[in-house]
Design a protein around this ligand. Structure first.
Ligand SMILES: Cc1ncc(COP(=O)(O)O)c(C=O)c1O
Length: 285
Protein backbone atom coordinates (compact mmCIF):
# COMPACT_ATOMS: atom_id res chain seq x y z
CA UNK A 1 0.00 0.00 0.00
CA UNK A 2 1.08 3.54 -0.67
CA UNK A 3 -0.09 6.96 0.55
CA UNK A 4 -1.11 9.72 -1.84
CA UNK A 5 -2.66 13.05 -0.82
CA UNK A 6 -4.61 11.85 2.19
CA UNK A 7 -5.40 8.31 1.12
CA UNK A 8 -3.83 4.88 1.46
CA UNK A 9 -4.25 2.73 -1.66
CA UNK A 10 -2.57 0.01 -3.74
CA UNK A 11 0.19 1.51 -5.90
CA UNK A 12 -1.63 0.38 -9.07
CA UNK A 13 -4.45 2.78 -8.22
CA UNK A 14 -2.23 5.80 -7.54
CA UNK A 15 -2.42 8.56 -10.18
CA UNK A 16 -0.63 11.90 -10.40
CA UNK A 17 -1.60 14.52 -12.99
CA UNK A 18 1.02 15.11 -15.70
CA UNK A 19 1.16 18.80 -14.73
CA UNK A 20 2.52 17.94 -11.30
CA UNK A 21 5.58 20.15 -10.81
CA UNK A 22 7.50 17.11 -9.64
CA UNK A 23 7.01 15.60 -13.12
CA UNK A 24 7.50 18.86 -15.05
CA UNK A 25 10.32 20.55 -13.10
CA UNK A 26 11.57 18.05 -10.52
CA UNK A 27 10.21 20.66 -8.10
CA UNK A 28 10.09 18.71 -4.85
CA UNK A 29 12.01 17.03 -2.08
CA UNK A 30 12.11 13.56 -0.57
CA UNK A 31 13.35 11.30 2.21
CA UNK A 32 14.30 7.63 2.43
CA UNK A 33 13.85 6.09 5.87
CA UNK A 34 14.88 2.56 6.80
CA UNK A 35 12.47 0.58 8.98
CA UNK A 36 13.84 -2.22 11.15
CA UNK A 37 11.37 -4.62 12.80
CA UNK A 38 8.63 -2.07 12.02
CA UNK A 39 10.44 0.80 13.75
CA UNK A 40 11.35 3.79 11.57
CA UNK A 41 15.05 4.44 12.19
CA UNK A 42 15.87 7.97 13.32
CA UNK A 43 12.45 9.25 12.25
CA UNK A 44 12.70 12.65 14.04
CA UNK A 45 16.05 13.29 12.31
CA UNK A 46 14.63 12.36 8.89
CA UNK A 47 11.62 14.64 9.49
CA UNK A 48 13.94 17.48 10.51
CA UNK A 49 15.96 17.05 7.32
CA UNK A 50 12.71 16.99 5.32
CA UNK A 51 11.77 20.29 6.97
CA UNK A 52 15.18 21.74 6.08
CA UNK A 53 14.76 20.65 2.44
CA UNK A 54 11.24 22.14 2.30
CA UNK A 55 12.49 25.39 3.83
CA UNK A 56 15.30 25.53 1.28
CA UNK A 57 12.85 25.26 -1.63
CA UNK A 58 10.35 27.59 0.08
CA UNK A 59 7.55 25.05 0.26
CA UNK A 60 5.33 24.90 3.36
CA UNK A 61 5.44 21.57 5.16
CA UNK A 62 2.03 19.99 4.57
CA UNK A 63 2.22 18.14 7.93
CA UNK A 64 3.70 18.68 11.36
CA UNK A 65 6.02 16.05 12.83
CA UNK A 66 3.20 14.38 14.80
CA UNK A 67 1.10 13.97 11.64
CA UNK A 68 4.06 12.66 9.60
CA UNK A 69 4.78 10.20 12.41
CA UNK A 70 1.18 9.00 12.38
CA UNK A 71 1.21 8.57 8.58
CA UNK A 72 4.55 6.78 8.64
CA UNK A 73 3.35 4.37 11.34
CA UNK A 74 0.17 3.61 9.40
CA UNK A 75 2.14 3.01 6.19
CA UNK A 76 4.45 0.61 8.01
CA UNK A 77 1.41 -1.25 9.42
CA UNK A 78 -0.17 -1.55 5.97
CA UNK A 79 2.91 -3.20 4.45
CA UNK A 80 4.03 -6.74 5.06
CA UNK A 81 7.78 -6.66 5.45
CA UNK A 82 9.24 -6.34 8.95
CA UNK A 83 12.13 -4.35 7.48
CA UNK A 84 11.06 -1.68 5.00
CA UNK A 85 12.47 1.22 3.06
CA UNK A 86 10.08 4.17 3.23
CA UNK A 87 10.08 6.85 0.56
CA UNK A 88 8.44 10.25 1.35
CA UNK A 89 8.02 12.79 -1.40
CA UNK A 90 6.51 16.29 -1.46
CA UNK A 91 6.18 18.37 -4.63
CA UNK A 92 4.90 21.88 -5.27
CA UNK A 93 1.67 20.42 -6.63
CA UNK A 94 -0.23 20.60 -9.90
CA UNK A 95 -0.35 23.85 -11.89
CA UNK A 96 -0.15 25.25 -15.41
CA UNK A 97 3.49 25.05 -16.53
CA UNK A 98 5.31 28.19 -15.41
CA UNK A 99 8.60 28.37 -13.56
CA UNK A 100 7.23 30.85 -10.99
CA UNK A 101 5.64 29.32 -7.89
CA UNK A 102 1.88 28.79 -8.34
CA UNK A 103 -0.40 30.43 -5.75
CA UNK A 104 -2.89 28.55 -3.63
CA UNK A 105 -1.86 25.11 -4.90
CA UNK A 106 -1.80 22.13 -2.53
CA UNK A 107 1.46 20.19 -2.49
CA UNK A 108 1.48 16.59 -3.68
CA UNK A 109 2.37 14.19 -0.87
CA UNK A 110 3.37 10.65 -1.76
CA UNK A 111 4.78 7.86 0.39
CA UNK A 112 5.63 4.29 -0.50
CA UNK A 113 7.21 1.32 1.21
CA UNK A 114 9.42 -1.35 -0.29
CA UNK A 115 11.01 -4.30 1.48
CA UNK A 116 14.38 -3.14 2.82
CA UNK A 117 17.25 -4.76 0.97
CA UNK A 118 20.49 -4.37 2.93
CA UNK A 119 23.82 -5.17 1.23
CA UNK A 120 24.58 -8.86 0.68
CA UNK A 121 26.98 -10.42 3.18
CA UNK A 122 29.62 -10.76 0.42
CA UNK A 123 29.75 -6.96 0.06
CA UNK A 124 30.08 -6.54 3.81
CA UNK A 125 32.88 -9.11 4.01
CA UNK A 126 34.80 -8.27 0.84
CA UNK A 127 33.96 -4.61 0.36
CA UNK A 128 32.80 -2.99 -2.85
CA UNK A 129 34.41 -1.22 -5.77
CA UNK A 130 33.97 2.45 -6.59
CA UNK A 131 35.20 4.90 -9.17
CA UNK A 132 35.81 8.63 -8.87
CA UNK A 133 34.34 11.42 -11.01
CA UNK A 134 34.27 15.21 -10.95
CA UNK A 135 31.32 16.47 -8.89
CA UNK A 136 29.42 18.39 -11.55
CA UNK A 137 26.21 18.85 -9.57
CA UNK A 138 24.74 22.18 -8.47
CA UNK A 139 25.81 24.07 -5.34
CA UNK A 140 22.85 23.07 -3.15
CA UNK A 141 23.63 19.40 -2.64
CA UNK A 142 22.45 19.80 0.97
CA UNK A 143 18.84 19.83 -0.30
CA UNK A 144 17.37 16.35 -0.73
CA UNK A 145 15.79 17.34 -4.04
CA UNK A 146 13.90 14.87 -6.23
CA UNK A 147 15.72 16.38 -9.26
CA UNK A 148 18.41 13.70 -9.26
CA UNK A 149 19.55 13.65 -12.88
CA UNK A 150 23.19 14.52 -12.06
CA UNK A 151 23.26 11.84 -9.35
CA UNK A 152 21.65 9.34 -11.74
CA UNK A 153 24.28 10.01 -14.42
CA UNK A 154 27.16 9.87 -11.93
CA UNK A 155 25.93 6.67 -10.29
CA UNK A 156 25.50 5.04 -13.71
CA UNK A 157 29.20 5.63 -14.38
CA UNK A 158 29.89 3.29 -11.46
CA UNK A 159 27.39 0.72 -12.70
CA UNK A 160 28.95 0.86 -16.19
CA UNK A 161 32.33 0.14 -14.57
CA UNK A 162 30.88 -2.83 -12.65
CA UNK A 163 31.09 -0.90 -9.37
CA UNK A 164 28.57 0.20 -6.74
CA UNK A 165 29.35 3.86 -6.20
CA UNK A 166 30.95 6.98 -7.67
CA UNK A 167 33.03 9.05 -5.25
CA UNK A 168 32.75 12.72 -6.19
CA UNK A 169 35.59 15.23 -6.21
CA UNK A 170 35.05 18.99 -6.37
CA UNK A 171 37.98 21.43 -6.54
CA UNK A 172 40.35 18.68 -5.42
CA UNK A 173 38.25 17.73 -2.38
CA UNK A 174 36.04 14.71 -1.68
CA UNK A 175 32.39 15.75 -1.34
CA UNK A 176 30.33 12.54 -1.13
CA UNK A 177 29.14 9.60 -3.22
CA UNK A 178 26.46 9.82 -5.92
CA UNK A 179 24.03 8.32 -3.36
CA UNK A 180 26.05 8.05 -0.14
CA UNK A 181 28.46 9.86 2.17
CA UNK A 182 32.16 9.04 2.19
CA UNK A 183 34.64 8.52 5.04
CA UNK A 184 38.41 8.23 4.61
CA UNK A 185 40.74 6.58 7.12
CA UNK A 186 44.33 7.73 7.34
CA UNK A 187 46.84 6.82 10.01
CA UNK A 188 44.13 5.39 12.22
CA UNK A 189 41.97 8.52 12.06
CA UNK A 190 38.53 8.52 10.50
CA UNK A 191 38.02 11.65 8.38
CA UNK A 192 34.58 12.97 7.43
CA UNK A 193 33.94 15.92 5.10
CA UNK A 194 32.23 18.84 6.89
CA UNK A 195 28.50 19.32 6.30
CA UNK A 196 27.94 22.22 3.95
CA UNK A 197 26.11 23.04 0.72
CA UNK A 198 28.29 20.57 -1.23
CA UNK A 199 26.93 17.40 0.36
CA UNK A 200 23.76 15.88 1.74
CA UNK A 201 23.83 15.78 5.55
CA UNK A 202 23.38 12.01 5.81
CA UNK A 203 21.46 10.54 8.72
CA UNK A 204 23.77 7.51 8.57
CA UNK A 205 26.79 9.87 8.43
CA UNK A 206 25.61 11.31 11.77
CA UNK A 207 25.20 7.83 13.26
CA UNK A 208 28.72 6.85 12.15
CA UNK A 209 30.22 10.01 13.69
CA UNK A 210 28.23 9.53 16.90
CA UNK A 211 29.37 5.91 17.19
CA UNK A 212 32.99 6.93 16.60
CA UNK A 213 32.74 9.60 19.33
CA UNK A 214 30.97 7.31 21.78
CA UNK A 215 33.50 4.53 21.32
CA UNK A 216 36.75 6.45 21.38
CA UNK A 217 37.54 6.03 17.68
CA UNK A 218 39.82 8.89 16.58
CA UNK A 219 37.99 11.02 14.04
CA UNK A 220 38.09 14.44 12.50
CA UNK A 221 35.53 16.41 10.52
CA UNK A 222 37.47 18.33 7.88
CA UNK A 223 37.96 18.70 4.17
CA UNK A 224 39.57 15.67 2.52
CA UNK A 225 41.90 16.18 -0.42
CA UNK A 226 41.75 13.82 -3.40
CA UNK A 227 45.37 12.76 -2.69
CA UNK A 228 44.31 11.74 0.84
CA UNK A 229 41.52 9.63 -0.63
CA UNK A 230 43.97 7.90 -2.96
CA UNK A 231 46.49 7.23 -0.19
CA UNK A 232 43.88 6.12 2.37
CA UNK A 233 44.21 2.91 4.37
CA UNK A 234 40.42 2.54 4.31
CA UNK A 235 37.51 4.23 2.53
CA UNK A 236 33.88 3.74 3.57
CA UNK A 237 30.51 4.77 2.24
CA UNK A 238 27.35 5.23 4.28
CA UNK A 239 23.67 5.52 3.47
CA UNK A 240 20.33 4.54 4.93
CA UNK A 241 19.98 1.44 2.75
CA UNK A 242 23.68 0.50 2.36
CA UNK A 243 24.46 1.22 6.04
CA UNK A 244 28.27 1.24 6.17
CA UNK A 245 30.34 -0.50 3.49
CA UNK A 246 34.06 -0.59 2.86
CA UNK A 247 35.25 0.54 -0.56
CA UNK A 248 38.11 -1.85 -1.24
CA UNK A 249 38.81 -0.93 -4.88
CA UNK A 250 38.89 2.62 -6.14
CA UNK A 251 39.45 3.36 -9.84
CA UNK A 252 40.78 -0.18 -10.25
CA UNK A 253 43.36 0.09 -7.44
CA UNK A 254 43.15 -1.73 -4.11
CA UNK A 255 42.42 0.47 -1.08
CA UNK A 256 44.87 -0.41 1.73
CA UNK A 257 45.43 -4.14 1.47
CA UNK A 258 42.32 -4.49 -0.70
CA UNK A 259 40.18 -5.91 2.11
CA UNK A 260 37.80 -4.20 4.57
CA UNK A 261 40.10 -2.76 7.24
CA UNK A 262 40.05 -3.17 11.03
CA UNK A 263 38.35 0.18 11.66
CA UNK A 264 35.61 -0.72 9.20
CA UNK A 265 35.05 -4.02 10.98
CA UNK A 266 34.76 -2.16 14.27
CA UNK A 267 32.36 0.44 12.88
CA UNK A 268 30.25 -2.19 11.12
CA UNK A 269 29.89 -4.12 14.38
CA UNK A 270 29.03 -0.93 16.30
CA UNK A 271 26.45 0.01 13.68
CA UNK A 272 24.76 -3.41 13.81
CA UNK A 273 24.80 -3.36 17.60
CA UNK A 274 23.25 0.11 17.61
CA UNK A 275 20.59 -0.97 15.11
CA UNK A 276 19.73 -4.03 17.17
CA UNK A 277 19.47 -1.92 20.30
CA UNK A 278 17.11 0.61 18.75
CA UNK A 279 15.00 -2.21 17.32
CA UNK A 280 14.56 -3.62 20.79
CA UNK A 281 14.28 -0.27 22.58
CA UNK A 282 13.09 2.19 19.90
CA UNK A 283 12.89 5.05 22.37
CA UNK A 284 16.65 4.98 22.98
CA UNK A 285 17.69 5.98 19.45
C1 LIG B 1 23.74 12.22 -2.50
C2 LIG B 1 23.55 11.48 -1.21
N1 LIG B 1 24.43 11.68 -0.21
C3 LIG B 1 24.30 11.01 0.96
C4 LIG B 1 23.29 10.10 1.19
C5 LIG B 1 23.19 9.38 2.50
O1 LIG B 1 22.16 9.89 3.32
P1 LIG B 1 21.42 8.99 4.38
O2 LIG B 1 22.47 8.43 5.29
O3 LIG B 1 20.51 9.94 5.11
O4 LIG B 1 20.68 7.92 3.66
C6 LIG B 1 22.33 9.88 0.19
C7 LIG B 1 21.23 8.95 0.43
O5 LIG B 1 20.72 8.31 -0.40
C8 LIG B 1 22.47 10.59 -1.05
O6 LIG B 1 21.58 10.41 -2.04
Amino acid sequence: MIYLNGEFMPIEEARVPVLDRGFIFGDGVYEVIPVYSRHAFRLPEHLRRLQASLDAIRLDNPHDAAEWTRLVRRLIELNEAEDQSLYLHVTRGVARRDHAFPRGVAPTVFMMSNPLVTPPQAQVEQGVCAITAPDNRWLRCDIKAIALLPNVLLRQLAVDAGCVETVLIRDGMVTEGAASNIFVIREGVMLAPPKNHLMLPGITYDVVLELAAANGMPHEVREIAEAELRGASEVWLSSSTKEVLAITRLDGQGVGDGRPGPLFQRMYALYQEYKNRVMRFPDTQ
